[in-house]
Design a protein around this ligand. Sequence first.
Ligand code: IVH
Length: 691
Amino acid sequence: MPRDLFSILSESEAAAALQDMAREIARHDVLYHQKDVPEISDAAYDALLQKYRDLRARFPHLKPADDPEERVGAPLASGFAKVAHDLPMLSLANAFTETDVTEFVARIRRFLNWPDESPLSFMAEPKIDGLSCSLRYEKGALVGAATRGDGRMGENITANVCTMADIPTQLNAPFPDRLDIRGEIYINRADFIGLNRAREIEGELPFANPRNAAAGSVRQLDPTISAKRPLRFFAYALGACSEAMPESQHALRAQIAAWGFRLNEPARLCMNPDDLLDFYHFMGSQRHSLPFDIDGVVYKVNDRVAQERLGFVSRSPRWAIAHKFEAEQAETRLTAIGIQVGRTGALTPVAELEPVTVGGVVVSRATLHNEDEIARKDIRVGDFVRIQRAGDVIPQIIGVIDAQSPTRGDPFVFPTHCPDCGSLALREEGMAVRRCTGGLICPAQAVERLRHFVSRLAFNIEGLGEERVRELWQDNLVRSPVDLFDLQRHAAALQKREGWGEKSVTKLLAAIEGRRVIALDRFIYALGIPQIGEATAKLLARHYGTCGTWRTAMHAADNPESPARRELESIDQIGPLIARDLIGFFQEAHNTDILDALEQRVTIQPYEKPTVESTSPLTGKTIVFTGTLTGMSRAEAKAKAESLGAKVAASVSPKTDYLVAGADAGSKADKARILGVEVLDEAAWLGILES
Ligand code: IVH
């Protein structure tokens, strides 16, 4: 959706668009962080996030519950024990242009009230494309290692990293009693090529790029496999530490090296935006001669006290930014356009390409998004196209190279019928996607629905890939999710099938048995109701509590005048569009029949409320700032208050708990006194912060 369209969106359309985008971002987060198989380029991901931010800025009150800005990475995959990070592992905001960089510096000076004439230095470092890891040392000995996970909880990968040569099991003295070292696990480009060659000989799928190879190698449940992979580690930051930290990033790097780690080099101390940009261009020119992939550079405020004052905005520090390189491009021939059919019947075109190397990775497919995209770029089979990738698996087509050539083929005609079941494929007014109308008879949709049902965030049943589900569906063994829970009846027949075998059938049946108890939110998500992603499923589960209550309410909401409809639409983040899809699902008898049958076969656990988080003296208070504070900028004060759980309001009202009045406070202070709102001067405010 182009940015200017936002201005004509109604509230309910904006809410639906925000939900859609949040869901899409969450899906890409899972693909990238958890499954190591991203579908879109980093640039396309960043663009999506930016669009989301723009829209959210216009409709802040419509922020979805699962706001991507408040989440780092992705929910955890199962298989590894979980470990809590003492300090959250954050992500970095991105800069793409020179203006982004100068604004980053200006923003920091403003936030800190740092005059232009006072020097402010930065460390500029390469940004390695790998996966971040936190190492815990106690009395100098390595005692644990964790992935970033969702930022708060990571996966315990101690066994997988302790064989890595770059990770010392004992630090060089002196060292603090307890400390967390943070850095990036990665694979050199040459090692990556060797690893893939070996995989191909073994008949395994090659990794798409060094980042995925590193992530896939670390997250092996069998640590002896990780041990054989050429994994390396750079350290660049500290997490929790039992002693005072070095006074600057520069000193920290020296300390990290003294403890026995390798650093990400070359790094440079910079004094102004010009220095930073100079480093950026220098690294850009060196990029291809470095032994490892970098996707940009990172700028960090050097002074630790300044870093602490700057703090964090939701998922990234204010004191650092990643300046990304432009995506890498290449040219190749488009040999065919394939059409994939999704769970909801959406037809998605995919470009088949003559294999070409882009930034060290062989690319043979690219996403084409939808039929308008093909028409807009006038992409035809046989064309030479320019493609772009930025650390991704499925790259994008930027455009056709020789669009004027007289020997070009005919314009691509998007199919009007489903390539799988032959049913009519229709486009609703104003929608970008064309959908197959085959519904229950379309094998592609049925297979995708079943795959959604068993996917990680739903029933999480392993051993049911596309091929197997299709076989089971075609042979009438599994036509709906219900049949999965009756599959043991066919155990003997299954074991006789080619390529299945006794062991794998036993494993699959055990995996299904192991999922007969499921949380309500996962259950709702598994149903694959249009627009009901993970976050919305959670909202519904939280609101209705049990499956029975939810089902009764959805039927009652059928009547637009009913209290049940009002209740549904009053749930924060659920608007009329989502309500329409939910109610529509329950109007279909075949859906409710499946629900009845599932309820007989699985136990759906009522929603459990998460435990309450710790509180501060400012938790839940409403604060208004006025006048000039001398110790910190307004932005810093506001950020502090919010980080302690307070709400910052613009004007004084009877609901205000505190008015913090700096020098030259005007009418707000008078109003507060009239309303009996407690007025704090700067010293009192600092007192609260210290308490
Ligand atoms: S500092 C609090 N420095 O990039 C900030 N991160 O896109 C912690 N990364 O999560 C990160 N090179 O995994 C930092 N020199 C570098 C880095 C770096 C790569 C990764 C890291 C981070 C991600 C953000």
